[in-house]
Design a protein around this ligand. Structure first.
Ligand code: F6P
Length: 349
């Protein structure tokens, strides 16, 4: 009888998920495995919610954003009896191995299930935030950077026409990867990210210096998770509410609005704010993300066939390799000093 392999997508969606599903399903189906798609991440394993996956299901999905399987931020570790139910369901449905495509939350669960129950888990690194360790890049990141950069370009022309400062808020819950890359690519005049401090007054100085040189407009890129430092010793992260999800994550958003108000109050220059939000996660993946996601999906299939469990497909240099899941979810990958130094070179430029 063919061995059954489940595949699931958990956490926030991102462009390229379908490319992973396609590559892994194609390779494993051709190798004689039975593929089953789990609906809505870990939720589907608790609810026994599956769809069969064969070559017809994966046709025409390479370029499509989102995930054909659906996703959720369900954390089985936080549900009463959740883990036992999940393990029972896997056994009763004779699911031999699971490919979990996700970020630190989803892969953290896969790592714990591997550690506690020796389940056959393979991970694939997904997140627009690019904050997973053990891999140089996650898929979805390139697309998000591209979208953010295009938007910065658009904001430039309207800011210049109106002699305005525009603050653009970019996603990235714990890290400033998307913001710093899009900020550098889009020529932002100042960039605020969680990893390095830049106070409101320092931003205002940049804006004033530009005006002194006859540049009456500025673009400020701010990461949703950046601290708003109003004066020495006074900083805050801006959240939409006090609510947290099943993984303890707060809902960020709104720092751009507060920053814009402060800039206008302190400098007297007309300032607007734009929050890019989920626009950065939607739509078709870039060619780069399609190729990377396809390589990850193919690697995950190889790992299943070679019974290399407890590992995640990863990009190191130009090689696709396998790294322990615990490395991937251990320490968060932060923006390095090198990128911050580079970005700063152009502040007030
Ligand atoms: O982790 C990806 C991400 O897009 C973060 O950048 C952002 O903070 C979060 O997800 C938003 O989550 P949700 O889709 O639940 O609003």
């Amino acid at each position: 009888m063919a061995k059954k392999v489940a595949i699931l997508t958990g956490g926030g969606d991102c462009p390229g998920l379908n490319a992973v599903i396609r590559a892994a399903t194609l390779k494993l189906t051709r190798a004689g495995y039975e593929m089953v798609g789990v609906r809505r991440g870990w939720r589907g394993l608790l609810d026994n919610d599956y769809i069969p996956l064969d070559l017809t299901h994966i046709s025409g999905i390479l370029h499509r954003g989102g995930t054909i399987l659906g996703t959720s931020r369900t954390n089985p570790m936080k549900e009463e009896g959740g883990v036992d139910l999940l393990v029972d369901n896997l056994r009763q449905n004779e699911i031999w191995a699971t490919i979990a495509i996700g970020g630190d939350d989803t892969l953290g669960v896969a790592n714990q299930l591997r550690g506690k129950f020796a389940l056959n888990m393979v991970g694939v690194p997904k997140t627009i935030d690019n904050d997973l360790s053990g891999t140089d890049y996650t898929f979805g990141f390139d697309t998000a950077v591209q979208i953010a950069t295009e938007n910065i370009d658009r904001l430039h022309s309207t800011a210049e026409s109106h002699d305005r400062v525009i603050v653009v808020e970019i996603m990235g819950r714990h890290t400033g990867w998307i913001t710093i890359m899009a900020g550098i690519a889009g020529g932002a005049d100042a960039i605020l990210i969680p990893e390095f401090d830049m106070s409101v007054e320092e931003v205002c100085e940049v804006v004033r210096k530009r005006h002194d040189r006859g540049k009456d407009f500025s673009i400020i890129a701010v990461s949703e998770g950046a601290k708003l430092i109003t004066k020495e010793g006074e900083d805050k992260m801006v959240t939409q509410s006090d609510e947290v999800d099943a993984f303890g994550n707060v809902k960020l958003g709104g720092v751009a609005n507060l920053l814009a108000k402060e800039i206008e109050r302190r400098t007297g220059f007309e300032t607007r704010s734009t929050i890019l939000g989920h626009i950065q996660r939607g739509g078709t993946p870039t060619a780069h993300d399609r190729v990377l996601a396809t390589r990850y999906g193919a690697k995950a299939a190889d790992m299943v066939q070679n019974e290399e469990f407890g590992l995640m497909a990863a990009l190191q240099g130009d090689e696709i390799v396998a790294v322990p899941l615990e490395v991937a979810v251990g320490e968060r990958k932060l923006v390095r000093q090198e990128f911050w130094d580079l970005a700063q070179t152009f502040f007030a430029g």
